[in-house]
Ligand binder design. Sequence first.
Ligand code: UN1
Length: 490
Amino acid sequence: MSRETHNFIGGNWQAATSGHVFDSVNPATEEVLATAPDSDASDVNAAVQAAKAAYQEWRLTPAPRRGEVLYRVAQILEQKKEELSRVMTQEMGKVIVEARGDVQEAIDMAYYMGGEGRRMLGYTAPVELPNKFGMALRESAGVVALITPWNFPVAVPSWKMLPALVAGNTVVWKPSEETPLTAAEFVKVFAEAGLPPGVLNLVTGAGAAGAALAQHPDVRVISFTGSTETGLKVYTTAAALGKKVALEMGGKNAIIVMDDANLELAAQAITWSAYGTTGQRCTATSRLIVHKAVKAQLVDMLVEKAKSLKVGYGIENDVQVGPLVNQKALEKVERYVAIGRDEGANAVVGGGRALDKGFFYQPTLFADATPDMRVAREEIFGPVLSVLTINSLEEAVAVNNGVAYGLSSSIFTENVNAAFRAIRDLTTGIVYINHGTTGAEIQFPFGGTRGTGNGMREAGQTALDSFTEWKSVYVDYSGTLQRAQIDNRE
Ligand code: UN1
């Protein structure tokens, strides 16, 4: 039976003013799971006004109290982890064990950012004059807008809203139109934790709602994760209005395997990073850059592993690969596999749809790709891995760095010198040694170089940079106008 979700504005659950709705479809069964408000600019405006009205009181709430709300969010999420994970699997298809991991990232982030309520460090530094004091403080920015994707429908929003909230901002959140039900269930956790009305507002909808947020004069900061195409539109609109924007966009992540690597370990990591989450992570591995001496052996191992993966409805415990999120995503994968075949990349496993119902695709491996092929350069966002052959570490690094994106990369080697050279030379925001390209932890900066982002990072202490303004404060306790010494200093 289909459920009905609502916007959450100023503490009230309500329909879109237009009354329009859209369907959220289970990608494994193709059944309608929920209907949700298809919000327009008037709903977005109502949410922004609610966030604006709640701002002064929230900003003046002592940060430790704000942090305590986040601890309660963490505790309620722990209790509701299974329920929320199941809704997520039903709504966007990731297998249940990964859905639990998604919720766990939000729990970790809630504890981490809850701690910021008692930290939120600024600094003091010596000043040039006697009887004078200087300090720099982090201050909230105001109303912040979050636009988030469906592939991590709880974790990614949590990376944004938890630092935003602990810093004293109020929030308007527009989740992906693929996951309105998961979003509504997540917002309920904040309400239950005692977050005051208006501090966190939810508006569901598609492009019109996102565009209205990017344009809204009362929105100071926009944090976006999603496709490069949409992200750049948001950036252009918001930058023209002088807003701060944090972007997290595409990836074309690679694992390098050197000739001295532990091949069984590498094969396991590649399989998980390429086909886990059906390849629908911005950190997923879509290129394998392998030394020619071990290529044939590694490809054989990967083909075996890809064949043995169980594709199906992720709510069943033994399923390892769920569906693509929707028909469009499935067709995109099909299109790219056709392109790869035309380019001569040689699909040695997979290469077609799986199962009769649902948006399933077989884990696919192109064994003979080259760095100039589109399948080795463009983001496919599906279970498709392209193998590129190299002869040296230098060549591997050049191939890794030679794409438009720079999120995550990895090297498998037993040689400590090679590992440290790779750490130095791989130009991605995240580098792994003897580990796949997925699985970033919330304590560290998350984000990428080149076309992946715009220089901002999420998670870790750096998350606060998106959602705070620095205020420098000078206190002159000399009782005199101490001007001459600094203005006329020789
Ligand atoms: C994403 O795909 O947008 O590092 C986020 C990882 C996860 C987060 C991925 N912790 O794979």
